[in-house]
Design a protein around this ligand. Structure first.
Ligand SMILES: Nc1ncnc2c1ncn2[C@@H]1O[C@H](COP(=O)(O)OP(=O)(O)O)[C@@H](O)[C@H]1O
Ligand SMILES: [Mg+2]
Length: 246
């Protein structure tokens, strides 16, 4: 049986004054899939995440979440429905501990009657952050800060997780560990994952499907091996970076 369509982006466009940040962007993500979204800096990746999560209105087009048009739903409604994301620039409450940061989200996003404390404990354990629970964000590594952000993103109820450059700035080992944890989250819970990166090689090893955004539009959509050999993608990445896909 084919999995349900978790997210569908149809003909999405966005202008900022005269600047076209997104133009006619369409793709579907199936439930349980781990999809990579790549593109050079300025391609429109973060703008697309803003639109999908409801922080920014599109100039045109639709976003559907599990078959329901959510284009005009406010961000908090989408979040409660399980459409979750992180931000490219990590946003934590610096005056709260790691566990308090996750607790804020768990309390906001769990349906009434659910035990938010148990949710925090379970997320800390899942992300191997239990030992850091009482630390302040300034005392932990960037890799752990990114994990706390993921913990905040998934707390409560999560069906689709969108990660905006969660791997960037990490050492090779830290990135490998985080990839392992994201894949385990997908495997164990069935959460659909969309990973944005600008480094192709990082994603190619992680996903079975890549959507490539370039100059505000989708230029390729397929398996990493196919996408790497697509002449349009190679040209967009001027050859050298495309080589990193193989
Ligand atoms: N709020 C904004 N106002 C004006 N221009 C913006 C805004 N947000 C993004 N842009 C522009 O839209 C384009 C796409 O940006 P972005 O989505 O951040 O790309 P990416 O995440 O792929 O690096 C860039 O040219 C960027 O400068
Ligand atoms: Mg970005």
């Amino acid at each position: 049986m084919t999995a349900a369509v978790a997210l569908e982006v149809s003909n999405v466009a966005r202008h900022f004054g005269g600047l076209v940040a997104l133009r006619d962007v369409s793709f579907k993500v199936r439930e349980g899939e781990v999809m990579g979204l790549i593109g050079p800096n300025g391609a429109g990746k973060s703008t697309l995440f803003e639109i999908i999560s409801g922080n920014l209105a599109p100039s045109g087009g639709q976003v559907s979440f599990f078959g329901r048009d959510c284009t005009t739903d406010p961000a908090h409604v989408r979040r409660r429905a399980g459409l979750c994301r992180t931000f490219q620039k990590v946003r934590l409450f610096e005056s709260m501990s790691v566990s308090e940061n996750i607790a804020v989200s768990a309390r906001q996003c769990l349906p009434p009657g659910h035990d938010w404390r148990a949710e925090v404990v379970s997320i800390l354990a899942r992300l191997r952050l239990s030992g850091q629970a009482d630390r302040m964000p300034s005392e932990i590594t960037l890799a752990d800060r990114k994990k706390v952000e993921i913990g905040r993103a998934i707390a409560g109820f999560c069906r689709v997780l969108m990660l905006d450059e969660s791997l960037s700035g990490l050492t090779h080992e830290e990135a490998e560990e985080l990839i392992g944890e994201i894949l385990a989250l997908n495997r164990d819970t069935g959460i659909t994952v969309i990973v944005v990166e600008h480094v192709l090689s990082v994603l190619a090893a992680m996903v079975k499907r890549l959507v490539v955004l370039h100059n505000a539009t989708v230029i390729a959509d397929g398996a990493p091996g196919e996408v790497a050999h697509d002449p349009v993608v190679i040209e967009a990445y001027l050859g050298t970076k495309a080589n990193a896909l193989r």
